[in-house]
Design a protein around this ligand. Structure first.
Ligand SMILES: O=c1ccn([C@@H]2O[C@H](COP(=O)(O)OP(=O)(O)O[C@H]3O[C@H](CO)[C@@H](O)[C@H](O)[C@H]3O)[C@@H](O)[C@H]2O)c(=O)[nH]1
Ligand SMILES: [Mn+2]
Length: 732
């Protein structure tokens, strides 16, 4: 095909998967309606034969809610598509647009400087004309350690970048490169040069450690209260046009306890403004400080979509999957969030695009500054200042449309203007965070911002090449996972239960299927409803011998095991077809049960309190320092229960409740010789117990540091007894 006309990318609609999914959907829908029909027959049965009304109502509500969530979930399975990009077909380098990279860091203690610097160096080494690549770091900690690290990183990059170019290195993150022997090269000088550059890397690492040790006594900087700081780190390299190194810029916005800083979204908005003065690239990549570039080709791959005239007028961002370098073979906590990145986002891509996933996306700057695609930027100066704030410089840049050569000024004026743009008062009485930039309404700024973009008619693209383009650090111990899960649940509920509820706000602005996807996300934490219903009521019924499920001879009996196995079967097929072992299925079900009774509950409560104005949001950054002992447990598939009793007691007590019910149920069945009446109850509790095996083990046989402490076990027993006693009042 002719180079000029060859498409930059290809989209594959997987007809087979779609057909299969829709058949499964129909079958499951049929089973679920039978089930709901069985529940509603309560009203037709004679009062004497009825199950106890309250228990019936709770279980029916749980089932109804589960069915509702299942329906929403099907939107992800309606029309999945897959894409391939052909970066070789892009035009000459001088025709490519320039790209800014935004990296956020917040806390040098939780986010080790050397890892942040590796992310920076990897971004600088992306395969793109260096004069068109600008890397910005937002340091919310305002730490001298980070600033010093950046100067060191720049020095190291001056050697690292030529090395990568010369030997076409693919693992462009130095730490990862030196860890693996991997990537070799036949070049005669390779071995000696590799040795040299490795020594330089060690020096770089040493310098960072030394600086940290020197500032041990504390640097005197308070992460929540510090002034603005900006430094364009460009060593001694020459002119702008023939730059052979990307620009590297350090930005610490002003932070004061008196002003809410809106976490990562706030930090990104500062970068959007400050970078407008310095490079003002039409596209930017967002990275978390723990999310390194693992392959140099992602910019060009993303440009295959952003530069395609057929789709780019409405295209807001190209999202790559989050993948992680620290996932073990048997990922007991589902740290890789498999279903989102291997199923859901492909499904949304078939419906005008996936959700922003916090990091790993190439965004069109314009999409966050204008209403919808095709809408002109506001023209009136008064209106512009009301929206974007009082900086004339910024307003001028927003209207520049690429006509200004960057950097346009000498750095001292940039510094003065940037100081204004990064001050904590700048956003007061503007539309930042409300209409323009990343939005503040929810702590999961990513989901909320993309919901708004999609509502305004923008589209997005999901690109998941075989080789990971980015690799991050995931939460691999229970405590980090649940803390993070609580924040996410809170943020999602702030979407689901607010005035922006996707089922109400969405359908007039986007397709019903797309609204369903967002609703699934916004209501996701509410999975706590069915899980708690099923974990409490059926075992209580079993304990007291009162059936709430049909008995074996009932014609409706078969519906329950059938519906249940169909759901599990579909899950299993998806797990296997995404290339994971069957064990993943169990891991995912287990962890989602644990999350449902812990972080979803706390997150939902926090979210509701926040919506009612009774609570301020918090963002506890995830810990990125690995603890060797915890890491080892994760590797050998042993749960690490070193977390707060707040998380452990609900899990422990519900497991105990099921043990008690199971034992009593089995004994009764044996003594009375009657298995029929409570068969499904026994099965359900057995399922819960099999799923909870690690919890039972943690409470009983384990003696190591990661077990569940006896005091927590006792407390759980107490709660379990309390539930049993209240059940006695009800059933007796
Ligand atoms: O006040 C803050 C808090 C956090 N961050 C940065 O935000 C990023 C994400 O924070 P992290 O602690 O790693 O949270 P995670 O739960 O791992 O992040 C996930 O969830 C976030 C939303 O809750 C998304 O923004 C992220 O992209 C996604 O990886 C990190 O680079 C932080 O340095 C800031 O810049 N300022
Ligand atoms: Mn993270």
């Amino acid at each position: 095909m002719d180079e000029q006309t060859a498409p930059f990318h290809h989209c594959h609609v997987s007809t087979k998967t779609i057909l299969f999914n829709r058949c499964f959907m129909s079958l499951n829908a049929l089973l679920l309606s039978f089930l709901l029909f069985y529940r509603s027959s309560f009203f037709l049965s004679s009062p004497a034969g009825r199950p106890p009304a309250f228990a019936w109502a709770v279980v029916s509500f749980g089932e109804l809610f589960l069915a509702f969530q299942w329906v929403l979930n099907q939107a992800f399975r309606w029309r999945p598509i897959r894409r391939t990009a052909f970066p070789d077909r892009l035009p000459e380098p001088h025709l490519l647009p320039s790209v800014d990279v935004f990296i956020c860091t917040a806390d040098p203690d939780m986010e080790p400087t050397i890892d942040v610097m590796n992310t920076i160096v990897s971004a600088m080494a992306l395969d793109y004309p260096p004069g068109k690549l600008n890397v910005y770091l937002s340091d919310d900690g305002g730490s001298p350690r980070t600033l010093n690290g950046m100067r060191e990183a720049y020095e190291f990059a001056r050697a690292w970048l030529p090395f990568c170019r010369k030997y076409s290195v693919r693992t462009i993150c130095p730490k990862a490169y030196f860890k693996d022997e991997g990537e070799g090269c036949d070049h005669p000088e390779y071995a000696s040069e590799r040795k040299k550059i490795e020594e330089r890397y060690d020096l770089f690492e040493d310098n960072i450690t030394k600086f940290k040790d020197r500032s041990r006594g504390g640097s005197g900087v308070d992460g929540r209260n510090h002034p603005f700081n900006l430094e364009i780190i460009n060593g001694q390299s020459g002119g702008v046009q023939q730059r052979d190194m990307p620009l590297l810029v350090y930005v610490a916005r002003e932070k004061r306890p008196s002003h809410h800083h809106n976490f990562k979204a706030g930090a990104l908005n500062v970068l959007i403004r400050v970078s407008a003065l310095i490079s003002n690239s039409p596209y930017f990549l967002v990275l978390d400080c723990d999310m390194r570039c693992d392959d140099p080709s992602s910019v060009k791959q993303a440009m295959c979509f952003h530069m395609d005239k057929k789709i780019n007028s409405s295209l807001a961002f190209v999202q790559f999957p989050q993948r992680f370098h620290n996932i073990s073979k048997n990922d007991i906590y589902d740290s890789q969030i498999r279903s989102v990145f291997t199923i859901s986002w492909f499904g949304m891509d078939g419906l005008r695009g996936p959700v922003i996933s916090g990091t790993c996306f190439y965004m069109k700057r314009e999409s966050l500054l204008r209403r919808g695609p095709g809408d002109p930027l506001i023209n009136e100066i008064k209106e512009l200042r009301k929206t974007f704030g009082l900086s004339n410089e910024l307003v001028q840049r927003l209207r520049a449309d690429g006509s200004i050569q960057y950097p346009a000024e000498d750095s001292s004026t940039i510094l003065e203007d940037a100081k204004v743009l990064a001050s904590c008062e700048y956003e007061t009485d503007t539309k930042w965070g409300k209409q323009v930039g990343f939005l503040y309404h929810s702590v999961v700024e990513d989901v909320f911002t993309s919901f708004n973009l999609h509502c305004r008619g923008w589209t997005s693209v999901y690109l998941s090449p075989q080789r990971p383009q980015f690799l991050g650090t995931s939460t691999i111990c229970l405590n980090d996972l649940l803390v993070q899960g609580t924040r996410w649940s809170c943020g999602l509920i702030e979407l689901g239960l607010s005035g922006f509820c996707p089922l109400i706000y969405g359908p007039t602005r986007m397709s019903i299927l797309q609204s369903m996807c967002y609703a699934e996300l916004g209501f996701f934490p509410l999975a706590l409803i069915p899980v708690i219903c099923f974990a409490v009521i059926p075992p209580l019924c079993l304990f007291y011998g009162v059936p709430i499920y049909p008995m074996v001879w009932d014609p409706c009996f078969i519906v329950f095991p059938l519906a249940f196995s169909m759901l599990i079967l579909k899950h299993l097929i998806e797990v296997l077809s995404s290339g994971h072992p069957a064990q993943t299925c169990i891991n995912e079900m287990r962890i989602s049960m644990i999350k449902s009774v812990t972080c979803h509950v706390y997150g939902t409560v926090n979210g509701i309190l926040k919506l009612l104005g009774l609570r301020k949001s918090t963002f506890v950054p995830t810990n990125k320092v690995s603890d060797d002992e915890q890491l080892k447990r994760y590797e050998i598939r042993v749960f690490d229960f070193q977390t707060s009793p707040m998380f452990l007691v609900p899990v422990g007590s519900l497991v105990m409740l099921n043990i008690a019910a199971f034992v009593v149920g089995i004994c009764r069945a044996i003594l009375q010789g009657d298995w029929n009446r409570m068969f499904l109850h026994i099965m359900l509790s057995a399922f819960v117990l099999i799923m909870s095996y690690p919890v039972i083990e943690g409470m009983t046989v384990r003696k190591d540091k990661g077990r569940i402490a006896p005091s927590v076990t006792r407390l759980s027993a107490l709660v379990c007894v309390a539930i049993l006693v209240s059940g006695w009042f009800y059933f007796a």
